[in-house]
Design a protein around this ligand. Sequence first.
Ligand code: PLP
Ligand code: COI
Length: 345
Amino acid sequence: MTSNEKIDWSNLTFSYMKTDYNVRCTFKDGKWGEIEVCEDENITLHMAASCLHYGQEIFEGLKAFRGVDGKVRLFRPRDNAKRLRDSAMGIKMEPVPEDLFMKMATMVIKLNERFVPPYESGSSLYLRPLEIGITPRVGVNPATEYTFIIFVTPVGPYFKDGFKPTKVAIYREFDRAAPLGTGRWKVGGNYACGMAATAKAKANGFSAALFLDPKEKKYLDECGPANFFAIKGNKYITPKSGSILPSITNMSLQTLAADLGMEVECRPIPVEELAEVDEAAECGTAAVCTPLSEIFDEGANHTYVLTTDGKPGPMVTKLYNALRDIQYGRAEDKHNWNTIIEFDK
Ligand code: PLP
Ligand code: COI
């Protein structure tokens, strides 16, 4: 985008828009080098780079919000930095130190300040950190050289209808991850694994696939690129599983639910229990907190109907608002989740 073009901030979708700069750092000879500021959106790779052949690629997703007071807040970046390190260790990549992650995240926001959406738009700046193994490898071994990049793009809602109930489907013919595999880490390959199920869901009029646990196919796992939770009486229930990504949004909603006096249960949730829940939603940085209206279980040929009036339920709405209020600086950040970005005057 040139400086003269106008962005329709209130109607952004979750898609890539070119911004001014990205930041990069390479691990070589046993150490991280200098941070590079790049305008180029392309990367040059050796054709045998380990990320291309053996899937040594991990990423993160986090958002910066321009608040009601004009300040820019980055939501829980240290948790993303920690999860990126966990992912790296999970597939034998070089962990990015927290300080480097924070420095680069702050830098890339400052460099692209004009792309942080205005408060009134309800949009945000999405940060996409990614790490790739770049060492040429034909034998299956971890790389010894890595590149860590953060780019940003302004985004609107992940699902086109925003905070409106959406339908999802359960298909038993697909797994997203193995029971002791990479599902708990943010590895690019997990998303490749989920694409066939998502494509089938979309072709059948659903917005996402809700995966079951890959071992017994009995319990709810997670929902496309987001965690699942439900409201059952005064309880916030969410799956406990070794094959789902520990969502920072879900952790935050659990805390907010407890703040609202709810009981929080993190445990295996059998599919049939969907018949007993009052509300359900999927949650994540991109999905935020998206209510579910229907869950179709293809194997049982049964649809669990959660809402019929097209409106989000009261507790999911309360939690959504509590989270948004903190992210946009409308409520006290009593858990210290936000990092305020200080711009040089
Ligand atoms: N599950 C998967 C598979 C995801 O890709 C994401 C998105 O990051 C989430 C859950 C939600 O995690 P978070 O709330 O940290 O964004
Ligand atoms: C996020 O919510 O940040 C994600 O990474 C989901 C993305 C795969 C669309």
